[in-house]
Design a protein around this ligand. Structure first.
Ligand SMILES: [Ca+2]
Ligand SMILES: [Ca+2]
Length: 490
């Protein structure tokens, strides 16, 4: 794992340029905005502008939202860090690369033929004259070697860790919660924010593509006590929960989301921990929001305030007790829905009012969208679609439906109104968000919905790449078996 090193890029230093180069740079700077990408690990819709939880406090994300467009119906390509990030960075869906489970950053392009032909988004910007810099968890571990000009490093793991676990003792997961350490300055996310702030107050000759990957609210939910104090336990609201909610879902839905090392809601209720866990997640969200604030302050107070597009996204959602899960790794709304906020440089010079689009989009759309916003030529390999027209017309007619994939041939399709899930064994789920935002009532077996199901099925991927042996998820027995089969087939 990379040790953190605070090294600024050579691009920030004055360099001698030929007159020709200087002209080229001036043109580049004038015509191409900077891109600042902020990635938050395991951040569900518990942020102010998405209204996912009444107790959430995210003043800095709210501030960004007020200056940009909130995609209120944005979904991850996969409900897990590794495959979601691999998909965003390559612009290819999991169904194309076979990256369904965790993957080492440097293995992404060895996943299959299609993956080997891909260009990471940062490489694409670099190729078109941008300076690229990153810090923290941008890909799954940090960044793939050579994918950015400069990398500020990432602390190994999700620490710092206390000497002893506080609440949850299964060492196969980072899951645990409690007030720790003493100060924000001891947190890797704080250091990442400082690194980005420093980059944003440095002179750069070229336009930049910068990415910062923050670790919280990924488990463990350890943040300093002041963030817990911001969310007093007695005021904590529990998420919606229906007893026997899983009775109407197919067996395979339970198999792919089975993680014996994680707490269940029944455990949390029995041990009177549910409110503590929700409080700890809220505290972690407020902490990471403050780190984002450090970066936004540096941007707003610096020379790049007006010519920088900011995009903030979470890599997938997270259940805090809904459907008996404290986890991601399902094809339900809680795990697929994620914040996506885009502030275009233009917006910073116009009235500061938040606009919201409810059109369903995918994080897979980010690559072509940012390429378009930077006025670079399209990358024909991209499988997502340019969603920048929604920045101008948030209610634009939209026939696209994002797909979330978890394991080979298990897909969820989301539109404004419906979620349709089809699993590898042909079993299905259908939810009508107009009536049932919590996805409690699976309508798939009701023939009255056959026409709707047929129309949603049209969005399913045409191809399903076989499980690439570079990715695996051993914690889940069903996927462990699939992954082992893929290894044996080599
Ligand atoms: Ca994640
Ligand atoms: Ca149900």
């Amino acid at each position: 794992m990379n040790r953190r090193h605070f090294m600024l890029g050579t691009a920030g230093l004055a360099a001698s340029l030929t007159a020709c180069n200087a002209d080229w740079l001036t043109r580049l700077q004038k015509t191409h905005p900077n891109i600042l990408m902020l990635i938050v690990d395991d951040l569900n819709d518990w942020v102010g502008p998405l209204g996912g939880h009444p107790n959430t406090k995210t003043p800095n994300i709210d501030r960004l939202a007020e200056q940009g467009t909130v995609f209120a119906n944005a979904h991850a390509p996969a409900p897990l860090c590794g495959p979601s990030r691999a998909s965003v960075m390559t612009g290819l869906s999991p169904a194309s690369t076979g990256i369904y489970g965790h993957v080492r950053d440097n293995d992404i392009k060895t996943a299959n033929l299609k993956a080997s032909q891909s260009t990471f988004i940062s490489e694409y910007f670099k190729r078109h004259g941008y300076y690229t810099a990153a810090v923290g968890k941008v890909f799954h571990q940090g960044v793939a070697d050579g994918s950015f000009d400069d990398f500020g490093g990432r602390e190994a793991g999700f620490g710092p860790y206390p000497e002893k676990r506080m609440k949850w003792h299964d060492k196969r997961t980072n899951t645990d919660w409690g007030a720790f350490p003493e100060a924000d300055e001891q947190m890797p996310d704080y250091e990442s924010a400082q690194w980005l702030a420093q980059q944003l107050s440095t002179d750069h000759e070229k336009p930049f593509f910068m990415a910062g990957g923050f670790l919280r609210p990924h488990v463990p939910w350890y943040v300093p006590k002041k963030w817990f104090d911001m969310h007093p336990l007695e005021g904590v609201t529990l998420p919606p929960f229906l007893q026997n909610d899983l009775d109407d879902v197919p067996d395979i839905a339970k198999a792919i989301s089975e993680h014996p090392m994680m707490p269940t809601t029944e455990w949390a209720i029995e041990n009177d921990e549910w409110k503590n866990m929700v409080q700890a997640y809220l505290a972690s969200v407020s902490f990471v929001d403050s780190c984002i604030g450090i970066v936004l302050d540096a941007l707003e107070n610096g020379q790049y305030a007006d010519n920088t597009a900011v995009v903030l996204w979470g890599d997938h959602g997270y259940s805090l007790g809904e459907k008996s899960k404290f986890a991601k790794m399902t094809l339900w709304e809680r795990a697929t829905r994620t914040p996506l906020i885009i502030k275009s440089p233009k917006n910073s010079r116009t009235a500061k009012t938040m606009q919201v689009t409810n059109q369903a989009v995918s994080l897979l759309d980010l690559y072509p969208t940012l390429v378009k916003m930077a006025d670079l030529p399209e990358n024909p390999q991209n499988e997502g679609r340019d969603i920048s027209p929604l920045l101008i017309q948030p209610n634009l007619s939209w026939d696209h439906a994002p797909v979330t994939t978890y394991g080979p041939n298990n897909h969820a399709v989301k539109t404004q109104r419906y979620r349709y899930i089809q699993y590898a064994d042909g079993s299905e789920e259908l939810y009508d968000h107009l009536q049932d935002a919590d996805e409690w009532h699976n309508l798939a077996s009701n023939p009255a919905h056959d026409a709707i199901k047929a129309s949603l099925r049209k969005h399913l991927p045409q191809q399903n790449a076989q499980w690439s042996s570079v990715s695996n998820y051993e914690g889940n027995p069903y996927f462990k078996q699939l992954s082992e089969q893929a290894q044996h087939a080599l």
